[in-house]
Structures are given as structure tokens and as C-alpha cells.
Design a protein around this ligand. Structure first.
Ligand code: NAP
Length: 236
């Protein structure tokens, strides 16, 4: 129970990686709030608060923090996990599609982190990027750009918010969630995802384990880093 007494926010906590992180932080003793895009959520929540909030909306993000502060207290741990994927050739990617991916993934991470910086005296921000933010991927230019932006945002925020708030990123490789389900990605993209040394999809819990470590007391000298949980897709 290393996170006993801590308050955590996990964006996009209704499904997949975010849900696994929310459950893991909760199991470590934190009071966990999550947010999700659709209302009502498709599944019941094991967490303290589960609120609808579009992370790309400034108003929604401010209201989200207001509710969490009123009901649980100021967050000590903020996990920027909410994200969307768009797969299309560059020539067929509309401005609307590009802007939406950047708005949810990159602007959303900025808005949530900015609100955290305004309210938190100390704590941890963990940004969920992607190995594609480092590698790039054909037909996923907007997504890759948004995730590369999150890695850059992490480094700047880590410098600016030190020493009170430690900021790190996790760049997962292929993880078995709705985002990587057969309907959500092309067979070609799924085959590429499996072309790693470990040749399998990771489990959401394998990302959650690292997030829990980065949120905890043993990660007290770590900031500005980007860690892969990726089956070897990126080696640095
Ligand atoms: P997922 O299963 O599709 O879940 C996405 C989550 O984000 C859901 O909780 C969804 O809420 C929420 N969300 C989407 N748009 C939102 C918005 N505008 N405002 C608030 N919440 C929003 O995805 P996942 O695979 O768990 O991915 C989680 C994160 O990991 C994403 O940032 C993704 O880019 C990243 N990632 C995933 C993989 C992978 O292979 N799966 C690899 C690398 C990085 P609703 O349930 O309401 O829709």
C-alpha cells in the first residue's frame, strides 16, 4: 500500500491501459478518480470517482479538477492516458482528423498537466505516449506526431516543475486493448505491431506496473524520462 493517502487522476480510465492503471493505483492504496469520453461508461468502475470529461476541452478539464478537489482532495498523481488513434494515409487525412487527434492526445495532456501544475504542491505526472512517437509509422502521422509531442512536453514540464513535481512518460508498444482490436486497426498495422523481439501484444497490467512504480516513493529521483513497455520495439 505504497500510495496510501494519495489522490490520483487517471484520464481515459474506463477501458484498456487507463483502467489497468486506475486499478493498480487503487490496489496500492490511492483514492483514484478517472475520466472518460462517453457517458455513461460501458463498464462499472472500481474507483472512487468516475466522471465524464473530454480532455480536449479546457472547461471540462477545469471542472474535472474542481470535482476531484471537492470530493477527494487535490491530486498527488496525474496520469495522462486518454487517447485516440487515427489510421489513414497522409494524403487522405483531413484537417479535421488531424486536429482531433492532436486535440485529444496532445492538447488534452497539456490541459490536464497545466491544471495539475496550478493546483499540486508536489507529486507526479505520468504521460502515456507511444513507441510510435519515437519510431513513426506509415498511415499514422497524426497519431505519431501527437505522441512525439507528448514526449517533448514531458521533458519541458519535467524541467519547469522540478523539484516539486516529477514528470515522466511511458511509451508503450502494442498492448492488447480496444485500440488494437481487429476492427480498430488494419491487419497490416496489427502485423507490424507484432514485429518486435517479444512478438506478442503486451497486457495493460504490464504498463500499469511501471506507472505504479513511477507514482510511488521509490521513483523519487526520476524525472524527464520516457520508458518503453514495448516488447523490444524501441531499444535506446
Ligand atoms: P482504449 O482502450 O481505446 O481506451 C481509450 C480511453 O481513453 C478510454 O477510456 C476512452 O474513454 C478515453 N478517451 C478517449 N478520448 C477521450 C477524451 N476526448 N476525453 C477523455 N477520455 C477519452 O485505448 P488504450 O489502448 O487503453 O490506450 C490508452 C493510451 O495508451 C492512449 O493514450 C494510447 O494512445 C496509448 N497507447 C496505446 C497502445 C496500445 O497498443 N493499446 C500503445 C501505445 C500507446 P471512453 O471509454 O469513454 O471512450
Amino acid at each position: 500500500m505504497t500510495l496510501q493517502g494519495k489522490v490520483a487522476l487517471v484520464t481515459g480510465g474506463s477501458r484498456g491501459i487507463g483502467r489497468a492503471i486506475a486499478e493498480a493505483l487503487s490496489a496500492a492504496g490511492a483514492s483514484v478518480a478517472t475520466c472518460h469520453a462517453d457517458d455513461p461508461p460501458a463498464v462499472p468502475f472500481p474507483v472512487a470517482l468516475a466522471l465524464p470529461a473530454d480532455v480536449s476541452s479546457e472547461v471540462d478539464v477545469v471542472c474535472l479538477f474542481d470535482r476531484i478537489e471537492a470530493e477527494l482532495g487535490t491530486p498527488d498523481i496525474v496520469v495522462n492516458n486518454a487517447g485516440i488513434l487515427h489510421e489513414a494515409p497522409l494524403a487522405e487525412t483531413s484537417v479535421t482528423d488531424f486536429d482531433r487527434v492532436i486535440a485529444v492526445n496532445l492538447r488534452g495532456s497539456f490541459l490536464v498537466a497545466r491544471e495539475a501544475a496550478r493546483r499540486m504542491e508536489s507529486g507526479r505526472i505520468i504521460n502515456i505516449a507511444s513507441d510510435l512517437g519515437l519510431l513513426g509509422r506509415e498511415n499514422m502521422a497524426a497519431y505519431g506526431a501527437s505522441k512525439g509531442g507528448i514526449i517533448a512536453l514531458t521533458r519541458s514540464m519535467a524541467r519547469e516543475l522540478a523539484p516539486k513535481i516529477l514528470v515522466n512518460a511511458i511509451a508503450p508498444g502494442p498492448i492488447d486493448t480496444d485500440m488494437t482490436s481487429p476492427g480498430a486497426m488494419s491487419p497490416e498495422a496489427l502485423a507490424k505491431d507484432l514485429d518486435t523481439p517479444l512478438a506478442r501484444f503486451g497486457r495493460p497490467g504490464e504498463v500499469a506496473a511501471l506507472a505504479t512504480f513511477l507514482a510511488g516513493p521509490d521513483a523519487s529521483f526520476i524525472t524527464g524520462q520516457c520508458y518503453g513497455v514495448n516488447g523490444g520495439s524501441v531499444m535506446t
